[in-house]
Design a protein around this ligand. Structure first.
Ligand SMILES: C[S@@+](CC[C@H](N)C(=O)[O-])C[C@H]1O[C@@H](n2cnc3c(N)ncnc32)[C@H](O)[C@@H]1O
Length: 338
């Protein structure tokens, strides 16, 4: 079992300052000492220069692939996907046991915690949060009114505050929340570093961020479709974004559907849960330039439609991958690698 669990490690940049031995001391958990992180806060030197996180922002020009990694495209993507989201995404990619596994490092250990669920969508992850925290203390934020409309229909979320907003520009005061949770949303943010910097800002001192998201595939075809569709970050990119924002005690936990038997070569739409603690009150010291995407800027409708079409085709591949893995799991004898 250990070997397939580490398949994703093939992806690690050997030049990265973190050796894979150091990155993966346990089967599925990565952690860093607070001392190391606090020293990097003062003079950060990017250690994984080939990753998108090597620059202060990993925004991509509209001319490059990753067709749905823009706010407008994500908006329209979820305009339609919201209709079937709970029926298509959850069974294949984001099951209840994965969700509970991924939320476990968030330490939702007190019903009175103030929690923000950013990119909360139809409220699937929020349903996991309100098992541990009173719904009245939880805010669901999303840029898609269509996704939020589904969350509003859920009885268990009736007392949550549900608001529209942008993950890269959160409408919460600095030092506001005890926990920041975001599941499966980072892959659509044009500038993930900015979103994680916002996570840092809105947390109280000692508060914890938990970002759950995809991991980059190593299998060539999966990598091709991942790159066309949206951002599948490498594990070290998540760590680097957290470090640069100022978090300490950063940990990465690998997650995946049971029937993948730990295989990570196709990437996983929900592949890891990354947590970090805010050590000081106030804003992050990380300076960023202007926002990557001006959503008010007019776009050429033909270019938009073409990008949207290609991005959606690539997304369809990722509907098929878990079905393929499920069939393999049924056929290959238990205990053997698939
Ligand atoms: C895959 S869904 C995840 C929904 C939910 N967190 C879950 O666990 O099922 C991604 C969500 O991120 C939202 N989203 C994408 N970009 C966003 C942004 N910049 N700000 C806020 N929400 C965003 C989408 O509208 C969508 O609802």
């Amino acid at each position: 079992m250990a070997t397939p669990m580490l398949n994703g490690a093939k992806n690690l940049n050997p030049n990265c300052g973190i050796s894979s031995k150091y990155c993966f001391p346990k089967k599925d958990s990565v952690s860093y000492s607070s001392n190391y992180i606090s020293s990097t806060r003062r003079s950060f030197v990017p250690r994984c220069s080939s990753t998108a996180g090597g620059s202060s922002s990993s925004s991509r020009p509209a001319s490059q692939p990753r067709f749905i990694q823009h706010k407008k495209e994500a908006f329209w993507f979820y305009r339609f996907l919201s209709i079937v989201y709970d029926h298509i995404i959850n069974p294949g990619h984001w099951t209840e046991d994965m969700r509970d596994d991924a939320l476990e490092p968030a330490d939702l250990n007190d019903r009175n915690l103030t929690v923000v669920d950013v990119g909360g969508g139809t409220g699937f992850t929020t349903l996991g949060i309100v098992k541990h925290v009173d719904a009245k203390n939880v805010t669901i934020l999303d840029q898609s009114p269509h996704q939020l409309a589904k969350a509003k229909q859920k009885e268990a979320l009736k007392e949550c505050r549900i608001i529209e907003g942008d993950a890269e520009d959160l409408p919460f005061p600095t030092d506001y929340a005890d926990r920041y949770v975001s599941a499966g949303s980072i892959e659509y943010w044009p500038d993930p570093q900015r979103g994680i910097r916002e996570a840092y800002r809105v947390l109280k001192i000692g508060g914890k961020a938990c970002v759950i998201g995809p991991v980059y595939p190593t299998f060539w075809l999966s990598r091709f479709f991942a790159d066309v569709w949206m951002l599948f970050p490498k594990e070290e990119e998540y760590i680097e974004w957290f470090e640069k924002a100022g978090f300490i005690n950063i940990q990465l936990k690998r997650i995946g559907p049971k029937w993948y038997r730990g295989v990570r070569r196709h990437g996983l739409i929900m592949g890891c849960s990354v947590t970090g603690i805010k050590p000081f009150s106030g804003d992050s010291t990380l300076q960023l330039g202007p926002k990557a995407e001006d959503v008010k800027k007019p776009v050429n409708p033909f270019v938009f439609l073409w990008r949207f079409f290609l991005g959606t085709i690539a997304a369809t591949y990722y509907v098929l991958v878990p079905i393929y893995m499920w069939i393999k799991d049924q056929i290959v004898p238990k205990g053997r690698p698939i």
